[in-house]
Design a protein around this ligand. Sequence first.
Ligand code: FAD
Length: 372
Amino acid sequence: MRVAVVGIGGAGSAALRFLAQAGHETVGFEQFTVGHDRGSSHGDSRIIRYTYPDPLYTRLMADAYPLWDALEREAGEELFVRCGGLFIGPPDHPDMAETARSLTENGLPYEMLSPDEVRERYPAFRLQPYERGLFQQSSGFLRAGRCVLANVRIARERGAILCENAPVREIRRQRDRVIVTTETGIKEAFDRVIVTAGAWIGDLFQPLRLPLTVTRQQVVYLAVEEPTSVFEPTQFPVWVDVDTWWYGFPLEGRYPGVKLACHQLGEAVHPDRVHREADRSYAEEAARYAHTRFRGVTDRLLHSLICLYTNTPDEDFIVDRAPGMEGVWLVSGCSGHGFKFTVLLGKIAADLATREDCSYDLQRFSIARFHV
Ligand SMILES: Cc1cc2nc3c(=O)[nH]c(=O)nc-3n(C[C@H](O)[C@H](O)[C@H](O)COP(=O)(O)OP(=O)(O)OC[C@H]3O[C@@H](n4cnc5c(N)ncnc54)[C@H](O)[C@@H]3O)c2cc1C
């Protein structure tokens, strides 16, 4: 089968790899160069975790984990840092309680740690007496940018063709083929097309009126004091504060500091018009938070970056056939928590497009849910 993938970020790069590995004639179109920093999948880290208050996502992660392991093996490089993860909050907070229930339901181990136990194991952390740390050992972080590059490299080794700096402007059904037209007027015909255009998918499919809100999200790296060993992945898991939704990472290797961000919706933007400098006020807020949560994190901003969320109203993804356009499949709406699923979303999209086969109930991810 001849299959196009439009948008080679997190989900698209995975789809490209699965299609090429299955022996399909695969062509990827990316509007920028692969690995660019204007979408949602750039940078050094994204949290991977089973810990979700919603058991659907915990279950999906059971299928995503082995796919990440396989990517790492095939790529022959470290893409997944297995440092464990802490959900922090009052034990009766709905997100703590639901997450514990979801883990139990799925037979996954976890520990509920007191503030003293957390300090003993992870000396940089400071919990309030009323808080607990829900520790889950399978959490960690994915080296996001490198995962995208690894998928693409393997796909190309298996014969995939990649067209970079090739914005797709139109996708249209013509008789039994789907025609993809780029900005420069190149037209190519395919049996199937998978569109993984992230924050730009609404522009490509305007008649569908997808209720997506793209937001500008900020991330900062703050310098840490000696001894920096307490911020290494062996002593500093990834963490999420369920009360405030600040979250963060251990030292990742590139900067001598820790990354943190807040999972709250930033300013709504168009993806082509985004102010790419982080706000000073955001860095100050991050430092204020870090002082309450950690010993040894300073105010000194080492680095910042801007990234985009593509939000659906219910924060569930979109994985569906494009209505009225046979042979075209859409994946987007990852709503700020999708990177850990991109490998699975790429696999599902590749299977749906080429085999019309999928063992998942995709009702929650349908486009129809927006229009009922
Ligand atoms: C600050 C921040 C922190 C996050 N933290 C986490 C986390 O800890 N854990 C987690 O699981 N998730 C996290 N996420 C969410 C996750 O990163 C995203 O959900 C995921 O990367 C989305 O991948 P995608 O493939 O949908 O989009 P992208 O990776 O952005 O890919 C879309 C691609 O399509 C291309 N494209 C668009 N239109 C066209 C066109 N017309 N023609 C050709 N190419 C086109 C774009 O250039 C882009 O490369 C975070 C996101 C942000 C912003």
